[in-house]
Design a protein around this ligand. Sequence first.
Ligand SMILES: Nc1ncnc2c1ncn2[C@@H]1O[C@H](COP(=O)(O)OP(=O)(O)OP(=O)(O)O)[C@@H](O)[C@H]1O
Length: 354
Amino acid sequence: MGIEVSSVTKRFKDFTALDDVSLNVQQGEFLALLGPSGSGKTTLLRIIAGLEFPNAGRILFQGQDVSDRSVRERHVGFVFQHYALFKHMTVARNIAFGLSVRPARRRPARAEIEKRVDSLLHLVQLGGLGGRYPSQLSGGQRQRVALARALAIEPRVLLLDEPFGALDAKVRKELRRWLRKLHDDMGITTVFVTHDQEEALEIADRVVVMNKGLIEQVGPAQEVYDAPATPFVYDFLGNTNRLPAAVRGGVANVVGLLVPAPDVPDGAGVAFVRPHEFELRPSGAHGGIEGTIAHVFASGPILRIEVNVPAVELAIGLQIEVEAMRQVLDGIILERGARVALAPRNIKVFKKQD
Ligand SMILES: Nc1ncnc2c1ncn2[C@@H]1O[C@H](COP(=O)(O)OP(=O)(O)OP(=O)(O)O)[C@@H](O)[C@H]1O
């Protein structure tokens, strides 16, 4: 089912947590809401769920306005980071909970509930563990039970708020891959909140980057990473070098290198280049920023090289970080103090913000 968030504003007293946010989630899509702490991700998810109501704007499910409907009426499944299971109930009863509390006329027969719980236990790969209590499960298993409980009511939408946030990195990685496969099998529209960029990029069809109650960029994961639309997204998504630039007539001077910046107004600018987007060339090579190697760190086949760039005209010393595969650096002396040229393969210039 498709979801439309239309001009949603949410204030907590005089603090604006969401500022006129609009967003479309396609039917069957896996969408990640990504942003730093306090950017409004959870608030947006809770508003979609019907756990929180906006001051302005509307929520539509499949074109139908559900803004005034309760959680139950919206028929959503959700899992939170610490969505505690009922400790005194077995895993099976936890999963059955949403069905067993339905009014009699909508409640499936007991045998039907048991059958559904059984198939959900298999789906989340916990077959045979229905008789256990939550305390007898690992953290990862508990979150899978929480997911099975959310799925038991056959929700139209699945909303997940950092569901693996409390788990260790390895389990977290396994579970997110598993969740993505589960999503692909079931095709249920899913919105996933995370502040972990790697998690968002790996799991989602599209990523929504949020900052201070606003959406900075929406797009396929790879596109958001490769072509950040704003300085914030550049900084937030992955490692990057931030270099001073002076823009005139659509051309930016970035530490002596001239690069096209057609949409940037004259004045101070800021240029971004990711460490792996620099090509290391011998000193004097055309199209490079000249510098001196400060440090070389080897980590397996990848070298991380810190290069000092004097930037004399700016009266500042810059340090640029470069990442390169060891084998492509043949013929370049990689010693501390050696002079090199850094040629950006990809560089993006923005107007400098005050
Ligand atoms: N009930 C509330 N009362 C007052 N302020 C709130 C309330 N809920 C959220 N906020 C504020 O709204 C802002 C957005 O919060 P939200 O939980 O949506 O952020 P988030 O991006 O999910 O952050 P995190 O990753 O830390 O969970 C925060 O500054 C938060 O303090």
